[in-house]
Every structure is written in structure tokens, then in C-alpha cells.
Design a protein around this ligand. Structure first.
Ligand SMILES: C=C(O[C@@H]1C=C(C(=O)O)C=C[C@H]1O)C(=O)O
Length: 376
């Protein structure tokens, strides 16, 4: 019979030895960091790591151990890099970003563009975020709103990025990648969809319901409960309301905001037709200026990772290791590169915080492509 106590004693001695060696290795890592700070050499040396893994896995005596050695040393080297990024940050290595910190966003009297028309949700979000000193104008598409920033026609754009029921607005993610603009703020707006029609119309007479595809998706359960209704997509909820108001057609209804109903003189046939209570859309405020307010609490980044096993895991380790709380992760396909994805991560923090700088330094160095969309 084996003696468990004795075996465990030996495991304990072995573990003490591993800890001693680990700490010795980390001390050496600090010396490497010192060398890199002095010479400007990059922390991450992929070729050296590849060679190390090749040699060490070659020493595994069976397939299971070989795989274990690989995982173990990937982790050890990743920890070693993180320590080096930390030392770089502490020793005032080159600034990570060229964002300018401001006390408040300059919004007084600025020009703001939104997609859709007066009465649409983007318009509502804009009203909530900005004060009455702004001048606003609207465009038909989200892309045109981005263009207005590029051309300097607007200082800010208001774009919907996510709905608590229907999920992300994927086009906006793609536009954020396409344009070199920044997120400088966000605004949540509760979505309260109503079914609206011309004065005098009755629910029983309705045949066609029009709205923005996302609004239709949000009310799917309600809409599906009426077999006689056919749904049609429109550019935005307010445009749908406007169309109904001009149609003279008592069989047509629109799904949209109560203020669109009011704006276009429609009657509300049914309130509270959204599927989820607390249905909220989150809008981002886009600017061409690289600014962040000093009390900004959320950072959005985008990264393209090498197409290999473990790369996402290693990237996310930078958040975990720096005690940063990730609030969101999304992936979108990279066009032209079949089955490859870029990742969008939101996490809590401010660009002036050393832990944030540290994580960003690591992510920047180890991603194939990396961008900070903003801190807000
Ligand atoms: C320690 C170094 O920095 C990094 C960490 C490595 C490691 O822990 O072995 C290897 C290569 C570098 O990516 C080094 O450059 O030697």
C-alpha cells in the first residue's frame, strides 16, 4: 500500500523548489526588463519564445508531459512579459497613448450630427447627452454621420451601438474600424416602442407594420401574435412614423417612440410592445478628437489576434493580470480573411491608471493590430 502522506511530503518539497526557481526566474526577468528599458528593445520576442518552447517540449518524456510543458512555459513566459511591461510603465517607458485628458468635453455651441430624423431615438439620445447650445443636423445613414466627422462638418456624431434585447448594432462596430474616429461618450436611452397609426385607425384593421429592423426584432413576440400583420423594414423608426402619417392608409402602422407619434400626429394604438422590460439602447458619442475626460470609466479597444490556439486567452490574461474588469467582448469577421475575427473589448478603467497602461502596453505589443477606440 502506498503511503499518501509520504508522497504528499515529497510533492511539497518539489513545489517549494518550483516556487524558488520561479522567483529566481522572475528576478532574471527584471534584469532583462532593465536591459530593455536601457536599449529600447521590445519586451515580446516571439522567436526567442518559439525556440524555448521547441527545446523544452523536446524534453518531455511522453505526449501528455510534452503538452503540459508547453502550456506551463507559455504561462511562465507570459507572466514574465507582464512583469516587464509593469517595470516599463513604472520606469516611465514611452507613453502608451497620445490621448489628451480634459476636465470636460467641449460641447458648448458645437455641431452634432445624428442619423435619422427628429423624433428618432438617436435624436432623443442626442437631446439627453448635449445641452441646448448645440446645433444639430441629421443624415440618412450611419456612414454619412462618420463622414460628417471626417469632413469637419460636425464635431460629434451620435450612433446606436447596442440594444439590451436585440444585441449589438454590428454596422457601427464595422464603421468604428473603418474610420479613425474616437468614442468620447455614451448615452443610454430606454426604448419604449409603441404601435402607432393614423387617427381613426383600429388595431383590427392593421395589415402592415413598418419600422427599423431592430425595432421590429425587439417587438417580435408582439408582432408575431397577430397573424394578419406583415412587417416591412424602413431606414429608421421616425421615417416609418412619417410614412404612416403621410400615407392616408388606415391599415398601416409603425413601431417607434412615443415622441415620434406625437411629432407626426399619430395615435398610439398600443403601448409597451417591446419584449423586455428595461429595454435600453446605448449610444456612443463619436469625435475626431483624441480626448478623454479625467473621470472617464470605460475603455473600448479593438484587436486582431494571430490566428492560433491560445491567442485570445493570452490577450485576455492582460486584463486579468492587471485586475481590470472586462464588461464586454464581441467579435466581428474580418472581411477578406475567411473565418478570422477581430475582437472588441470594453473594460473599466481610465487611461491615466498604471494598471490600464500596463495592460494596453501588453495588448499593443502582442496583437497583430490594436486600437483604442476611446475612454469615456
Ligand atoms: C525574458 C525575456 O522576455 C520575454 C520573455 C521570455 C521568457 O520569459 O523567457 C522570452 C522572450 C520574451 O518574449 C527575454 O527577452 O529573454
Amino acid at each position: 500500500m502506498l503511503d499518501l502522506g509520504k508522497i504528499r511530503d515529497e510533492i511539497d518539497v518539489t513545489d517549494d523548489e518550483i516556487v524558488r526557481l520561479f522567483q529566481h526566474r522572475m528576478a532574471l526577468t527584471a534584469e532583462v526588463a532593465q536591459y530593455k528599458i536601457e536599449t529600447g528593445k521590445a519586451v515580446f520576442d516571439a522567436e526567442r519564445e518559439r525556440q524555448k518552447l521547441e527545446k523544452l517540449t523536446g524534453e518531455g518524456t511522453n505526449a501528455f508531459n510534452t503538452k503540459g510543458i508547453q502550456e506551463l512555459f507559455q504561462q511562465i513566459m507570459s507572466i514574465s512579459r507582464k512583469r516587464q511591461y509593469q517595470l516599463l510603465t513604472e520606469n516611465g517607458g514611452e507613453e502608451m497613448t497620445d490621448y489628451t485628458q480634459v476636465d470636460h468635453l467641449p460641447t458648448h455651441g458645437r455641431r452634432v450630427v445624428f442619423q435619422g430624423v427628429e423624433g428618432a431615438y438617436s435624436f432623443g439620445a442626442m437631446k439627453e447627452f448635449f445641452d441646448d447650445t448645440i446645433t444639430s443636423f441629421h443624415v440618412d445613414t450611419w456612414k454619412e454621420a462618420m463622414e460628417a466627422i471626417t469632413k469637419g462638418e460636425a464635431d460629434y456624431a451620435v450612433l446606436p451601438i447596442e440594444n439590451s434585447t436585440a444585441g449589438i448594432v454590428s454596422d457601427i462596430y464595422d464603421l468604428l474600424v473603418e474610420y479613425p474616429h474616437y468614442i468620447v461618450g455614451e448615452q443610454e436611452l430606454p426604448v419604449e416602442h409603441v404601435l402607432m397609426a393614423l387617427p381613426g385607425a383600429k388595431v383590427e384593421d392593421i395589415r402592415t407594420v413598418i419600422s427599423h429592423p431592430q425595432a421590429l426584432a425587439q417587438c417580435r413576440r408582439f408582432l408575431d401574435s397577430n397573424e394578419n400583420w406583415k412587417t416591412e423594414e424602413r431606414l429608421n423608426t421616425a421615417a416609418a412614423a412619417k410614412e404612416v402619417s403621410e400615407s392616408g392608409d388606415l391599415t398601416m402602422a409603425a413601431v417607434g417612440s412615443p415622441y415620434a407619434a406625437e411629432h407626426f400626429g399619430l395615435q398610439i394604438l398600443k403601448e409597451g410592445i417591446f419584449d423586455a422590460r428595461g429595454n435600453t439602447t446605448r449610444f456612443v458619442i463619436i469625435s475626431g478628437q483624441k480626448r478623454f475626460v479625467k473621470d472617464a470609466q470605460k475603455i473600448s479597444v479593438c484587436m486582431e489576434l494571430p490566428h492560433q490556439s491560445g491567442s485570445l486567452y493570452n490577450a485576455l490574461a492582460h486584463f486579468i493580470y492587471n485586475d481590470l474588469n472586462m464588461t464586454k467582448i464581441e467579435s466581428r469577421p474580418i472581411s477578406q480573411r475567411k473565418w478570422e475575427y477581430r475582437f472588441f473589448v470594453d473594460f473599466e478603467g481610465n487611461l491615466s491608471d498604471p494598471a490600464v497602461k500596463n495592460a494596453l502596453r501588453g495588448l499593443q505589443a502582442e496583437s497583430a493590430k490594436f486600437r483604442i477606440f476611446g475612454n469615456y
